[in-house]
Design a binder for this molecule. Sequence first.
Ligand code: GCV
Length: 847
Amino acid sequence: MRISLLLVTALSGLAAAEDGLNAWLRYARISDAKSYHKRLPSVISTLNATKGLPVHTAGEELVAGISGIFGKKISVAKSVSSKDTTVTVGTVKAYAAKDAKAAKALPELIDDGFYLKVSRGNVLIIGSNERGALYGTFHYLKLLAQGNTSDFSLASNPDAPVRWVNQWDNMQDGGTHGSVERGYGGDSIFFWDGVIRSDLTRVSQYGRLLASIGLNAVIANNVNANASILTPENMDGLARIADAFRPWGVQLGVALNFAAPQLLGGLDSFDPLEPKVVNWWQGISDNLYKRIPDMAGYLVKANSEGQPGPMTYNRTLADGANMFARTLQPYGGIILFRAFVYNHQTLNQDRDWKADRANAAVNYFDGLDEKFEDNVLVQIKYGAIDFQVREPVSPLFSHLRKTGVTIELQITQEYLGQQAHLVYLAPMWKEILDFDMRVDNKTSPVKDIVSGKRFNRKLGGYAGVVNVGTNTTWLGAHTAMSNLYAYGKLAWNPSLKSEEILDEWTRLTFSSDRKVVDVLRKISMASWPAYENYSGNLGIQTLTDILLGHYGPNPASQDNNPWGQWTRADADTIGMDRTVKNGTGNAGQYPPEVAAMYENIETTPDNLLLWFHHVPYTQKLKSGKTVIQHFYDAHYEGSATAQTFVPLWKSLKGKIDKERYEHVLFRLTYQAGHSLVWRDSVNQFYFNKSGIPDQKKRVGNHPYRIEAEDFTLKGYRTYKVSPFEAASKFHAIVTTSNTTVGTATTKLNHIKTGRYDLAINYYDMALGNSTWEVYVDNSRVGKWKGDLEYELGRAPSPYVDGQTATRITFPGVKIKKGAELKIVGTPDGLEPAPLDYVSILPEGIVD
Ligand code: GCV
């Protein structure tokens, strides 16, 4: 009963406003809908459907889809006459029971695969299993939603069996980084106040989205796991989550805290070789499977970033993983054991030129390949460090031959703009998946290592850190959902092209209008290169604040701490020397052909130059530019590209519903402003460090700017910003107290009378909601509030820094020569209405 209620709620959401909840499954009415009716089936026949299982769900989804897209009411029939055009859905087994001969003639299907045939209104959707039948149904509905009713047939099989989602949801708000660690779309849809939520409607809706892109399991709780997930009450709650997912063919898995036997079980040890510990875990697995017979398995982060693990007892990582694996074997479960193992406390950049976090995974896992149980998969982040804007593929992919692996991708944009910047990630993932590791000098693309093909392994696949939340947009921004869509699509078929995935997503999410598809393609395909250009290029990593929110610029934070995301930048040189000859030896962890390429500066691609080599700023790139000039130029180019997103999106006005049009416009406008913050911070930082001027004389030279500290101040005072580069000319102004209203005035004697874009750079901290008003000759041009912490889900910051720096622009303001410009800042809470500068920009100029 509970399950069917959830289903009804999920499906009835279809008619809701365009708030993003239905993402790409809107089933929006197609134009000229009636003209399709005769080409559509008139009844649905579900073979052997059981309520609460995917074939039954498929029937309901077909009813909802065909009614939504075409306004045609069809229903699931008990019996079907030969006169009806029918959509038949079921498993191979059920189909064979009905028509053994026809079932024999089906193409080969592996687990989760499906066969789909459309023939003059008759449709056959046969899955290798229930899940496959649902996947085939979604495939058919996606075609219908794009107006495609043509006859065709297709057999589709997944490239890899493991296509999982990892959510980093804490049991409690205020856990590591809030309710969802590195989540920018609101609170957890699973947990609240230490327990599983009673209303799991959103979980069911999430299951629907995941099933529609072929994803088959979810770890709902954070890898930084709280042992309390395993209390009997929470195990019951987990069973309810599994119930909510089951109709969608999505299995549930659990992230474990290695020390749970001690933390929760009251044992005096969590040594994986101690029988009492092993028994304790066996009891946990038994109890979980009693409640969730189809549980997918476990995810474990051990001996990393403060998490406990087997090495606490001088046991190997394999000893740890195998302990869990054996408890799962009676039930067919698997364990994903993370390769993200490193010590964040002992690395020392001053003492040891050869210290390197990028070496950790291979160092820890070497020698263990033969030792893992068959149901252990090692889960490897795509790069050797941590989800940076560009990293070489993790060398560990080439070391494990016997052990299955999953590649960990991050859909939530932790280091990549936190959904406040649009960054379409499929092109980056494609580069990684297509990268040829040349193991044994043979073709070895990462996608074939991951799927298991390259080393003949049965198990392997994908784990995507998604981190949706209660926001109706799921990820915090409508456009960020193209990344989730692309993740599912690539996990099913990594050979798809980024553009084709995107176009399909756009048509389903927004509109099939050619212009809409073109504009989203233009913006999205330009977005990763732009972000790389303005946030950290040449393989230097995302130059963000790694000690605080991982969001805004702060290059200095990379170095001089044990986190190991170093740049080793000094006055003359920059980059990590990872060569074998002279550096950390990391290049040597790759198979010989790749190692040779990275060892040699001549053959290292420019976009990874500073990942592998420590060079002077004056080092010439293959383009002929110096490293430092490339930095300057790239930051200008990247942020210039981000400016184009706004007019491109505006050209779609009227073609997108108002709610989503405004939502996306707001974010793209913000991104355009914040990309300038990135540009100026990083450029100022390296100009200051190297002392080498920009050949094009842009860096540090902004003729349209008036620094806030140069205004006449009343109730405001000058404030030295830290890090210095987060403010133009290193200073901002703040109100003299948090109850004093500040006024900053200046005379615009240097401009000609005319229309200008008035751009104001200010800081919106998470400590209050200051208000600013701007006047020209006492006439108010605008007023705004510092409430971005509610509008954007990105990590909040209480500081005047690169995370909070932002821009607001008032376009086309008429200003007379000699006019008085006045800004009034009213502090709120502890936010002192900070201001950095004002730019009076002639039309067409952005600076
Ligand atoms: C879940 C990075 C993130 C952490 C995350 C960790 C991991 O360090 O910043 O939030 O913790 O990776 O993947 O385990």
